[in-house]
Design a protein around this ligand. Structure first.
Ligand code: SF4
Length: 494
């Protein structure tokens, strides 16, 4: 596939912030620690900020992937409003180039073609969230850092409308940029890849020091923070990594900050490897807990106790989680254990009725088309994208199938005339076999297999079929994939 064609999205640009004008028509960008110095007509490392006429511009203002309704757990946020529905937005480009990136088709701008790009105004984003009863907007996927101007404009508007802004990022960002985010972002979920400077340089192309300083800065500013670390098989899934990350969290943040050890899947330049063995994740969790980190979780795993929350005082079950779903079992309205009153460090938003079950008999849907999907291997979540082609409102229905032949309650989704909407469906019980989506005439659909948390699949099943390999995306990276061996050598030499 020639990915250099169809790049109309790069033609229009907007003025960028954090610009320094240098002599000779050159500009310097102060958005990320790279501080790219950019000549006329060129772009920086991220390929979405450039020099046009001697001024710094952004090429991706208002341009991103399709917005997607998900749950807050998708963003490695476990102690803020468990189970809350969020509106996730990703853009194009990245200030890093991690060898295992599972969003490389959008984070690396050269692979982005016009078919994957959607255009937004700040008003449209806020209106979509409000219309669907969503209270949190999440800036996520590729990385929000390189969408700075659009996020500032939209998050301000969202805040004025009473919405909450969540920033899920690798946080390779300048101090000046953080200062601009602080007034509008409420939640920071930061992916700290490692504590090792060598690892950062080799695997991410960035450097660790500004990431650590940035996390501390937002925490000290009183923002809500959770930290997650991807445990890459045989590279960063060892006890020493868990110990160093835990020690940093304890020293610089505090024992109450939730810490997530996240399972890796083979992808991008590290496709020739295997998923992180779960026992290593469990070991990392034991290490962190034994050191005093109070809330430690596993990511990208189902069926283990390590995703639930128990009271650290009386061991009562407080929140149960399965995959990307959560249910509050034993918390009071202040986020404390309802058995013993111990502070479990939860922030709750209060009861929310949106997307409640609906009463419906299957016979009422006789004119509908049923689309059924079966979970397989490690594919336990799905993006469904639906488009109402009619001039009137239409309703889509959804339910889940179980191994014993029973089904869940129905849920519904109402689409405005000509509205395109995307939402995640994640396996919610061990005995669930898959979902059914029921579509009225005039509503088109695409399904996309999701490989792990915060993955935005660009290709649909209709385009590339169902994956035969359950742990690695069907559309693989065509370039060199030997980074895994290179990094293993580096780790063994250290
Ligand atoms: S955001 Fe970072 S990578 Fe992109 S142009 Fe600015 S300094 Fe360079």
């Amino acid at each position: 596939m020639d990915t250099t064609k169809n790049k109309n999205w790069t033609l229009e640009s907007s003025p960028a912030k954090l610009e320094e004008i240098l002599p000779g028509g050159v500009v310097k960008c102060h958005l990320s620690p790279r501080n790219c110095v950019i000549q006329e007509g060129k772009v920086g490392f991220c390929k979405v900020r450039g020099n046009r006429g001697g001024r710094l511009v952004t090429l991706n203002y208002g341009k991103g992937v399709h917005s997607t309704e998900e749950t807050i757990e998708t963003e490695a946020v476990f102690h803020f409003a468990p189970g809350e529905r969020i509106l996730s937005l990703g853009n194009i480009g990245c200030m890093l180039n991690c060898g295992y990136c599972h969003n490389w088709k959008t984070s690396q701008a050269k692979y982005v073609t016009d078919k994957d790009v959607y255009y937004y105004t700040p008003e449209q984003v806020v209106e979509t969230a409000l219309k669907h009863g969503i209270r949190v907007i999440s800036w996520t996927y590729n990385d929000p850092v390189v969408w700075h101007e659009f996020i500032l404009d939209t998050a301000k508007l969202a805040k004025e409308a009473g919405l909450i802004n969540l920033y899920k990022s690798a946080f390779f960002i300048s101090e000046e940029a953080i200062d601009e985010l602080l007034p509008v972002i409420d939640i920071f979920s930061i992916s700290l890849k490692s504590i090792s400077p060598e690892y950062y340089r080799k695997v991410t192309t960035g450097w660790v020091e500004p990431v650590l300083a940035g996390i501390k800065k937002v925490y000290d500013a009183g923002k809500y923070v959770e930290v997650s670390t991807l445990m890459v098989t045989d590279i960063s899934d060892d006890e020493e990594t868990a110990r160093k990350i835990s020690q940093w969290v304890l020293d610089e943040l505090g024992p109450n900050v939730p810490l997530h050890f996240v399972r890796f899947h083979p992808d991008y330049k590290m496709s020739n490897s295997i998923r992180t063995p779960v026992d290593r994740l469990l070991k990392a969790r034991d290490v962190a807990r034994s050191m005093g980190v109070e809330h430690v979780y596993l990511g990208n795993v189902n069926d283990v106790e390590g995703t639930n929350t128990r009271c650290n005082h009386c061991n009562a079950l407080l929140v149960t989680r399965y995959g990307l779903n959560a249910e509050i079992i034993g918390l009071d309205s202040k986020g404390c254990c309802s058995e013993c009153g111990h502070d479990a460090h939860f922030k709750l938003l209060g009861e929310h009725q949106a997307n409640a079950p609906v009463e419906l008999r299957e016979e009422a849907l006789s004119a509908y088309e049923k689309r059924k999907f079966e979970w397989h291997g490690d594919i336990v979540s799905l993006h469904a994208q639906v488009l109402n082609t009619e001039d009137f409102e239409q309703t889509v229905y959804l339910r889940r199938n179980y191994t014993d032949g029973h089904n869940s309650d129905w849920k519904s989704l109402t689409l405005r005339p000509h509205e395109s909407y995307r939402f995640i469906i994640a396996k919610a019980r061990i005995d669930e076999t898959g979902p059914e989506v029921w579509l009225p005439n005039g509503v088109n659909s695409n399904l996309h297999e999701v490989f792990d948390r915060a993955h935005f699949p660009t290709e649909s099943i209709e385009e590339i079929g169902i994956s035969q390999n359950d742990i690695t995306p069907t559309v693989g990276y065509g370039g060199k994939q030997n980074m895994y061996e290179q990094v293993i050598k580096l780790v063994n030499q250290a």
